[in-house]
Ligand binder design. Structure first.
Ligand code: PLP
Length: 385
């Protein structure tokens, strides 16, 4: 079935008449047994549910829907994107290991890799996006995994997933891809032979800025290992959030289509504005990754970044002068948002780290929602003026 069809069908069971079309929200912390034999049998061969930190029917239904949309055998849901990412890394790497990672990943992931994991004895070997797109297997020698993000936050660079997957396979290590900005509507890393996909469900997958969540999708064995570690680290999603998430997934395809169209119109309008120094959007023909994005993705997504003339002071004026865009972090919801990365997501990076990530003081990030693109463009024109 087409992606749109699978989104719209959601978690529906194809069962007898009378089955609910939406998954029931099972708000139970624990699940009962008839006999001690049944309890022991569960530990030997878990069937059904035991305790909500291990698994829950509403969470499971949403995991199945996400595995299907991403083209993976299984999925595990978490209480946040960072819980999904940290649990994945702490399953695949341990003390004394090195992780290979892209330098310009989301600030929270960069902090985890640069500051938190070293305290646990896990080091990182960093790669620029341009280096990754020419990566050779020998550069990964001694690493346990390769971690990449595409498109990147907030510079919207694209990693050549087919290329890094080949290099990592030659080096004998798995590739983990943060595909939050693309969603399975625009990019399916598992089809390109990457091993694990992670998302912040807080963004496009939920789509309404009303939940916090994360997911890991991949082969059944590796997702099973990550889900087992999730029991110890305790980061599973709660049933009510899983219900909201599956509700958001039903409109994912049409939301992304409309948001991508809006973002393309906004990027095009900003490109010709005299106050704008550069526009970062992979859909623009002049963008450094345009050809790669066109080959790898089914659209360019709803995120746009642009640099204003006049640095941080002018970025501050534009940020404060818009009237339709909400001034807020996060992204991927139905309402458009504006933020200035140096003051927010990249605040705690050194100037050198920001320079390496391509995050300049005058850079403004937009998450395009479902408003009319003409209204958004008019709002940006008045703010830039
Ligand atoms: N990955 C990307 C690309 C993000 O933008 C974010 C959050 O902004 C995360 C991961 C972390 O997700 P969460 O905030 O749900 O923990």
């Amino acid at each position: 079935m087409d992606f749109k069809t699978r989104c719209a069908r959601g978690c529906r069971d194809t069962g007898p008449i009378g089955r609910p079309l939406s998954p029931p929200v099972v708000m139970s912390a624990t699940f009962g047994f008839e006999t001690l034999d049944e309890v022991e049998a569960w530990y030997d061969r878990p069937r059904g549910y035991m305790y909500a930190r291990y698994g829950n029917p509403t969470v499971r239904a949403t995991e199945r829907a996400l595995a299907d949309l991403e083209g993976g055998a299984d999925a595990a849901l978490f209480g946040s994107g960072m819980a999904a990412i940290s649990t994945t890394l702490l399953t695949l790497a341990g003390s004394g290991h090195t992780v290979a990672a892209q330098r310009d990943v989301y600030g929270g992931t960069a902090h985890l890799l640069a500051r938190v994991l070293p305290e646990l004895g896990i080091e990182t070997r960093w790669f620029d996006t341009d280096e990754l797109n020419k990566l050779r297997a020998d550069r990964l020698a001694g690493c346990r995994l390769l971690y990449v993000e595409t498109p990147t936050n907030p510079t919207l660079r694209i990693v050549d997933l087919g290329h890094v997957a080949r290099a990592a396979a030659e080096a004998g290590i798995p590739v983990v891809v943060d595909s939050t900005f693309a969603t399975p509507a625009l990019q399916r890393p598992l089809d390109l032979r990457c091993d694990i996909v992670v998302h912040s469900c807080t963004k496009y997958l939920g789509g309404h800025s009303d939940l916090t969540g994360g997911v890991v999708v991949g082969a059944a064995d590796v997702v099973g290992r990550i889900a087992t570690r999730r029991r110890s680290l305790g980061g599973i999603m709660d049933p009510w959030t899983a219900f909201l998430l599956q509700r958001g997934l039903r409109t994912l395809a049409v939301r992304i289509e409309a948001q991508s169209r809006g973002a393309a119109a906004v990027a095009e309008a900003l490109r010709s504005h005299p106050q704008v120094r550069r526009v970062l959007y992979p859909g623009l023909s002049g963008s450094p990754d345009h050809a790669l994005a066109t080959r790898q993705m089914q659209g360019y997504g709803g995120m746009v970044a642009f640099e204003v003339e006049g640095g941080l002071e002018q970025a501050r004026r534009v940020h404060d002068a818009v009237t339709l865009f909400a001034r807020a972090g996060s992204l991927g919801g139905v309402e458009s948002l504006v933020s200035v990365p140096v003051t927010m997501s990249h605040r705690y990076m050194s100037e050198e780290e920001r320079r390496q990530a391509g995050v300049t003081p005058g850079l403004i990030r937009l998450s395009i929602g479902l408003e009319s693109p003409e209204d958004l463009i008019e709002d940006l024109r008045q703010a830039l003026g």
